[in-house]
Write a protein that binds this ligand. Sequence first.
Ligand code: SF4
Length: 338
Amino acid sequence: MNNNVIVIGGGPCGLEASAQLHKMGYNVILIEKDDHLGGHLAKWDRLFPEGIPAKELLDQLTGNINGVKYFLKTEVKSINLLDKEYNVILSNGITILAQAVLMASGFDLFPAQKKEEYGYGIYDHVITNADLENYFKTGKDCRIKQNPQRIGFVHCVGSRDEKAGNRYCSKVCCATAVKQACEVKEAFPDAQVYCFYMDLRMFGRGYEDLYLKAQRDCGVRFIRGRVSEVAEDLNKQLVVKAEDTLSGKPIKVTLDLLVLMSGMTNCSAGTRIAEMLSLKRDEDGFFTCKDTIFSLQESDKSGVFYAGACTGPKTLPDTLHEARAAALAINNYIKNKE
Ligand code: SF4
């Protein structure tokens, strides 16, 4: 019997699971569709709540996969169960027989242009959370004025939104918005920063402190209410209309920059593999695990396992915990087969 385990997805989840499986003695083959490892983490600047540089974590994760064979710019062309092993054909022509397959395919960011009323791709000064991280990393984005005086954040873009087809909460975008609100205030100390939110979901350890810092030290103004309309005036300034649901009054603010907090959606690459293996998915398109208490890492197909955001929005620490739990579940499964 071969000792191969295939891990699909080279983001933080796939990297951590690969490192753990390699330590357990498996021959791990990691498949990544992009030309780099690290997934979304590779494009991020700093992580909430403490503001740790994303690069530090990524360097640690990639440094732990010595000995793991990985293929970049590679996709799974076909996958099927032959007796008790998975026969996987890759887009680079290589065929692998594996004892188990781990789906660590992660998530896609909700495409903000789908919410036309917010003006992404229409107005010059509307960007997303991912664009802002890229600006923090590179210092470049021609949509951000040199010294913006009024900056707004819209929470729940493409999440908790029946019209967008996503009723679920993306879990991480409240804390990301509060982190980014503090960071823009540090970058542009004269700016007034607004957050438009429905509820604030600051559930993790250290998140409440971040929220207090945003209010007390950075003077971020939190406005409870959904933005109903964004337009541009003749001076190319954004005019944002919303209802303050706490005061019950409509409000209108003029901004130099609007940041849309795009949520997580199911990963399109994972969707293709789900079809090949007939894996169950929920109404939101995420993979459905065997049960949500004891078998979070198991699929309905023997030998196929899940970890991370492919089963729903997750924080980074949750993702890494699931990666380790999946490695353990795979080890138990293969040992019981022998
Ligand atoms: S975490 Fe916050 S911003 Fe994100 S979907 Fe949930 S409530 Fe909305």
